[in-house]
Design a protein around this ligand. Structure first.
Ligand code: DGJ
Length: 729
């Protein structure tokens, strides 16, 4: 049984194949965290909880100074009852009281994994895939109930957590902080890892030793953001890609989040993740329930690759949904960097014909096809085709592209409105704004107020109308600014701080309805590149444009960092022109192709401007990708050498049966007269021999792990090598 309740010790054991997570109903019916780490057989862990008198740590029992809320390892800590560490829950009751007690009231263990109301989450297809433990904690005075939900996957080393808060009392309660998870670890011997960056520099790996006090990452931008990703990991010092213990915390949410670790006075660590309490509150009426997002916890004793592989498989197979989840994704040509706003039907058809010759499968028409959108200052919200550019309309264009032999995709930015648009002129109060204040634009646009159901209905109707009007196979769903003046004309003054979360609920509802109504459409998420590359969006859209930075060398870091949590099938990567439009760098076409073939491959350049030999090279890249697509998109990914730590990046993808592998090595600068370099591989079968395809060399898997693959000396900067390995027997 994955979840066992030991009545004698009042301990819950949550067992995944290689990990255990344990909780105890402790003194005063408190719910305490006992253990998370390598799998245990069971046992009595209660003495691991510290009991003893500590100065300045108050005691709830006047006669027992060995018991203090300030030193207990709470599973869901509250504010006010003398635990001075950060709470997971902060509330204000109608009488001004802010100090709930959460007392264990009961639990249920059930097969399967329930859905989260209104929020994206991982799921099961059969009840046998997971077991769920729900624990009710109730505040006796107010009847406020927190139900903690833990699901353990039967065949994956994953524990998911979420929380609902139910107001069982007679007056409204204000929730100021409802985190999804809080875990008290007994020591602080960790590094803190985060994925931080900026536009065009998303998800850089930042790792530093944990220290006393709080280390945190958060978004206050109304979106998960380019700047921080809703993910942190704690690693034992010395942990690398292949060895060592790592704890991963990933939040299935696309809005403001907080992820933090606080090391307290006794060197214990409280890790927390959830909706950012900043500018958040929620009025919970009697009888109402608030659902907090899901967090996905992964412990690996096999280094960062071990953790990433668990996330990759779960997010690919049981977070992403829809018909495209398990299908190989098409190679696309996107017209954005080829034409920007300057296109017409003839240009697009030419691009499609050139793409067809190269073996590309899908043409994506990017920004500028609607309203009067000749630049980025106008027309968002007016989703009617610009007949100046496309005189015969979208349906005709889509059919022509189909006739050429490509699928047809279309760009939208449905959450936005340009002040210069018919939509804004008709509904000036449909955007987020604060009464009596100017409305801050970013990229000349405002954000539609998706906390309002009628605005969501309008988006579904309008986008749905376009999708129904033409044979559209793919949608790129973009979002090019963050949220400011986060207020809603539809909410009363005391509920304005609900707007940011209500916006997310509205967006998820829109995505739920559209993806259900158009199940055959492949949806790709985008936010000025990878500004909303998070598990929440992946639930609706199985792939994400990783960054507006298409330079192959910049992409080494972006894709490497992204792979910490997200699978290759979710990461789109395009070959673009040189000099690169974002950084001006000149890189060989081969390197651009090699880097992009490590994701969902696409092209984003004027294919007509390439020389005959370059066109041939593109054809070869496409053929290579088609040949290996299944392995690349659905194989097991191993990071080998970090571009954050040296002059080269390397990674590999291995088939499930370990009979095939691809290995990438990219050297950034080419040093003169360098030492020899051997790339030590991972994930092969040490008992097998592998042919290095295209060479006479056959090496044992053990040798490739132990001694490595000799890397050829490069002849110039920015060169790459990709090896194909095939089991020789
Ligand atoms: C930002 C996206 O990331 C780009 O790929 C492109 O679609 C532009 N928006 C269009 O405005």
């Amino acid at each position: 049984m994955p979840i066992i309740y030991d009545r004698k010790t009042r301990t819950f054991f949550l067992h995944s194949p290689r990990t255990t997570y344990a909780l105890e109903v402790g003194p005063l019916e408190s719910l305490l965290h006992l253990y998370w780490g390598p799998r245990l057989r069971g046992g009595d862990l209660r003495s691991f909880v510290y009991r003893g008198d500590r100065a300045f740590s108050p005691s709830p029992l006047p006669k027992d100074r060995s018991l203090s809320y300030d030193t207990l390892p709470w599973e869901y800590p509250v504010y006010g009852r003398s635990d001075f560490r950060p709470p997971a829950l902060q509330v204000v009751f109608a009488d001004g009281d802010r100090t709930p007690d959460l007392i264990y009231k009961g639990h249920r263990i059930t097969a399967g994994k329930p859905k989260l109301k209104g929020l994206p989450a991982t799921y099961v297809e059969r009840p046998t895939e997971a077991t769920t433990l729900e624990i009710d904690l109730v505040d006796p005075k107010s009847e406020l109930k927190a139900t903690l939900s833990f699901s353990v996957y039967t065949d994956r080393d994953v524990i998911t957590r979420s929380v609902t808060i139910h107001n069982g009392g007679k007056s409204a309660v204000t929730l100021n902080r409802v985190l999804s998870a809080s875990i008290d670890l007994p020591d602080a011997d960790f590094d803190f890892l985060q994925l931080s960056g900026a536009w065009a520099r998303e998800r850089g790996i930042v790792r530093q030793p944990l220290r006393e006090g709080t280390q945190s990452v958060e978004s206050r931008r109304g979106s998960s953001s380019h700047q921080q990703n809703p993910f942190i990991a704690l690693l034992r010092p010395g942990t690398d890609e292949a060895h060592g213990e790592v704890y991963g915390f990933s939040l299935v949410y696309s809005g403001n989040f907080l992820a933090q670790a606080e090391v307290d006075q006794f060197q214990t660590t409280r890790v927390q993740i959830g909706i950012n309490p900043f500018d958040f509150s929620w009025r919970l009426e009697p009888g109402d329930t608030f659902q907090a997002p899901e967090t996905v916890l992964v412990f690996s004793a096999d280094g960062l690759n071990g953790m990433s592989q668990v996330y990759h498989e779960l997010y690919r197979e049981r977070l992403a949904r829809g018909g495209w989840r398990d299908r190989e994704r098409p190679i696309l040509i996107n017209n954005w960097e080829a034409t920007y706003f300057n296109f017409n039907a003839a240009k697009l058809e030419t691009l499609a014909r050139q793409a067809k010759k190269a073996g590309i499968e899908l043409l994506v028409l990017d920004d500028g096809w609607f309203g009067r959108r000749d630049d980025d200052t106008t027309s968002l919200g007016d989703w009617t085709v610009d007949l100046k550019k496309l005189p015969r309309g979208l349906d005709d264009l889509a059919r022509r592209i189909h006739k050429i032999g490509l699928k047809f995709g279309l760009w939208f930015e449905p959450e936005m409105v340009s002040p210069d648009s018919d939509l804004y002129r008709a509904h000036p109060d449909w955007c987020l704004h604060a009464p009596g204040r100017s409305r801050t634009t970013s990229r000349s646009q405002l954000v539609l107020d998706l906390s309002r159901p009628e605005v969501c209905d309008w988006v579904v109707k309008t986008v749905g109308g376009v999708l129904a009007s033409a044979p559209i196979d793919y949608v790129k769903w973009d979002m090019n600014r963050h949220l400011t003046e986060i207020g809603s004309a539809a909410l009363p003054p005391d509920r304005q701080t609900e707007t940011a979360h209500r916006y997310m609920l509205g967006l998820y509802d829109v995505l739920e309805r559209l993806t259900k109504r158009f199940p055959r459409v492949l949806f790709e998420s985008c936010s000025g590149g990878g500004g909303r590359f998070d598990p929440g969006m992946l639930h609706y859209m199985p792939q994400n444009w990783a960054s507006d930075n298409s330079d192959a060398i910049s992409r080494l870091q972006i894709q490497y960092g992204t792979s910490l949590v997200y699978p290759v099938s979710a990461i789109t990567a395009h070959v673009s022109a040189v000099p690169n439009h974002q950084v001006g760098r000149l890189t060989p076409l081969k390197t651009r192709g090699d880097v992009a073939t490590a994701g969902n491959l696409g092209y984003e350049l004027d294919l007509g401007s390439l020389s005959a030999s370059e066109q041939k090279e593109v054809r070869n890249q496409v053929a290579f990708y088609l040949h290996h697509r299944k392995l690349i998109q659905f194989g097991r990914f191993y990071r080998l050498l970090s571009p954050f730590e040296g002059n080269r990046a390397a990674w590999m993808i291995v088939s499930r049966d370990q009979k095939q592998a691809l290995v990438w090595n990219i050297d950034v600068l080419n040093p003169a007269n360098p030492p020899r370099h051997f790339l030590r591989l991972q994930g092969l079968d040490p008992r097998r021999d592998y042919q290095i395809v295209g060479t006479p060399n056959i090496f044992g898997g053990d040798l490739l792990h132990g001694a490595g693959l000799p890397v050829p000396q490069q002849t110039q900067d920015f060169q790459s090598t990709v090896w194909e390995l095939k089991a020789a027997r």
